[in-house]
Design a binder for this molecule. Sequence first.
Ligand code: FMN
Length: 382
Amino acid sequence: MQGVVNVDDLRKLAKRRLPRICYDFIEGGTDDEVGLVTNEQAFRRQRVIPRYLVDVSVRDQSTTLFGRTYSSPVGIAPTGLADLFRRGADLMLAEAAREANVPFIMSGHSSSSIEDLAKLAPNHGWYQIYSAVDPSISEDMIKRVSDAGLKTLVFTVDVPETSNRERSIRHGWGPSRKLPWKTRFEALRHPLWMMEWLQHGTPYFGNWTRYAGENASAEQVADFVSNQFRAPMAWKTVERYRELWKGNFVIKGIMHPDDALLAHSLGVDGVIISNHGGRQLDNAPSSLEVLPTVCEAVGDRMTVMLDGGVRRGLHVLIAICAGAKFVFQGRPTLYGVAAGGVMGASKALEIFRREIDISMAQIGAAKIVDLGPQFLKRKDET
Ligand SMILES: Cc1cc2nc3c(=O)[nH]c(=O)nc-3n(C[C@H](O)[C@H](O)[C@H](O)COP(=O)(O)O)c2cc1C
């Protein structure tokens, strides 16, 4: 992809190709979008102290997670409704992850199915579940993930209610599906995206069709999913899923050390510290801010991962220095897939890989295990 040097270049390409309603869905946060800014600023504000005269001529960024060695410590976070940005996006992201040998977490609101993911990327695909109002649906999904042979289940817990996304509201996004003319006319200015839409129509929630009824239209499935969305969640849900799921079990959206400890006491293997990319609770702290307290609380007892605001390879290293075992990013690979399909998603991962490699040399760490808090300037240091 000519002219693409960093993640922000991919963002600009995605912005050009997508109608504003779609681009703003990717880009937006909730309320005043404080959380969105906080996530990125936390990385920008962190200072890193390099060590020189260390042999970094050969560098290795491979990282072992849940017994599997990945080529790089940054994977793809789950992002729902990705087919809105490019048809087949979920599997394109999975393919890019497989080729780069990093994990891809399929969203519980994907268009492609668990079974298709398992066929395409059996060793790299993880599945993210949202708790459904009808527990038999969630339980069946867990069974499907297990039958398909996937090894890691991620339970997202930070969506107790649909959040206030004002960019989407202004575009007329809502249950009535009657988009204002202004939004429709704007979409016409993006002919490549428009052609895909005319060819394929409204995307399906691929994993939910069978529960909504095999003959349900995409819109009927969407209504069904929306009615199933606000399931009352409690720690007993975690207990139940742990009972049913024998593989690696991860909770995504944890921000408080006591919640991480509770998760550990119920047999959860890992947590992804996340504020959902600033899309749920606007004034939540950034993931990087709370990472050290969670790590301190759980120690080596569970795998602590992080997402939110990671835009550079150096950010990945900062998160690892601050205690994360592995890092995920959501928007960068979405920009990539929207801009250029598999090639675009691969480009995003390649950019991270290259920047991580260069930054490891700059810091003075030849291997990921060499990273630690000694490289981070503490706030009380002058
Ligand atoms: C368009 C979009 C859709 C998302 N959908 C989901 C989802 O279905 N499930 C989920 O757990 N998180 C979802 N997220 C949150 C991401 O998994 C991740 O936490 C967030 O994007 C990380 O922040 P970043 O985009 O700054 O990397 C979504 C994020 C975006 C941008």
